[in-house]
Ligand binder design. Sequence first.
Ligand code: ADP
Ligand code: MG
Length: 480
Amino acid sequence: MPDLGSCIPFPIDEETLNEVISKAKDWAIMHGAAMRSKADFSEDSVQFAPFILLPTLFPRREFEKAVRLQPILNELMHWVAHDTEFLRETLANTIKVDEFTRNLFNIYEKILADESAQETRSLGLFRSDYMVHSLELNEIKQVEFNTIASSFAGISSKFHPLHSFVLSELNYADKVKNLPLNGALAGLCEGMVEAWNLQAISNAAILFVVEGVTYNICDQRFHEFYIREKHPHIKVIRKTLTEIHQQASLGPNNELKVNDTVISVVYFRAGYEPGHYPSQNEWDARYLIEKSVAIKCPSIGYHLAGTKKVQQALAKPGILKRFLTDDIKIKAITDIFTGLYSMDSNTDEGQNALRMVLTDPAKYVLKPQREGGGNNVYGHDIPDVLRKMSEVERSAWILMERIFPPISKGYMIRPSGPSPPPLVDLVSELGIFGAVIGDKKAIVYNAHCGHMLRTKLEKSNEGGVAAGSGALDSPYLYDD
Ligand code: ADP
Ligand code: MG
């Protein structure tokens, strides 16, 4: 893999390195670039979030392309989410075997069939993830599209100032100009506020649906604190699905209430994985929210549009025409897709994909319908996993061409990590945030909202920051 280099000369001598790391860690903790510890959990403390000491090189042309694409992707995903026939066809095989997607889909169908449930607008706070594909002209390719609980807008907004601080400490203040400004937090929050304004219920709150224990607390509280600071009349409350089941009800016109508080916007930071629904109660809570007239972020339609199966279906030739009319937009989106294949056993496409992956597994990633990291199967592990699956089970997975990003060098700083840290080989994944509001007739709000960069060891398959193998970072733009 080609080597990208670094934004300043490496290695940094040990004395300077230790000094700047010590300052950077404190900077991170004191500005909330932080998380609760999993190993040593306490609600009363946070640790700095794993980070890369200096920003990582990213091609300016590709960064700007991803930014330009975001409103187009917002538009695409909005129409996908509102195309009932497309979702039914695309997910038909998946929901036969994948219980989680089936549960979501059942709510979707039940609401469609329910005449008392009026169509409301939906709010999408999305994140489109990319890696630079070094084997194809250093162009970005989409890894996935997140439509639920797109995280790290809050903490990532701290990385421009953190990396500016580190560069300045090392006497490279002149390089700060290559760090793009990041309005991710403001962008997502203003999306929520716009939804709240559209609802026009002066005493209503925004409900954050959360897990029982939140490790990534700063990232969520930043949203809450931003809203209260900039829009002091708007209250945010946090509840788990279990609490919502106990405390929420619908009024005569399907108004959502939690105890006595009217809710006009619901923002899900949980609900994207089976573990968030320990019993039928949590599914009932999700249904209740969906049936309400509150604006959901995401609605079930948006949630389903973000499944990996839908991503794969959108990459089929000619499909984008169903959702977008402008050929330039269609071409721009087609260019960011890598090979994506169905694993259905009853189609030629699925059979071909099976042959391809068994012949050359190193070129692929196998993905189930899950979010949140740690679920995919990579390269040489794929054949064994496939052999253990029935043909029906296989159809709930998709096959994706592996992206091979260029390698950069850097120092990964993590709590209780080695001191001084070694200079290691890294690869990065760029996320671009977007916000959209609309219903089946029209889009009324569509914005690009900043970015995040996540960087992991070149050798590890996945780079989950909360999971412990990746670190937060920011892009250092260069012209290639
Ligand atoms: P999740 O919903 O679990 O986040 P992703 O599709 O984002 O699923 O995959 C998780 C991680 O796996 C990504 O962040 C990336 O590091 C790696 N990954 C996923 N798809 C590919 C791919 N096609 N090529 C290389 N790495 C990939
Ligand atoms: Mg992901």
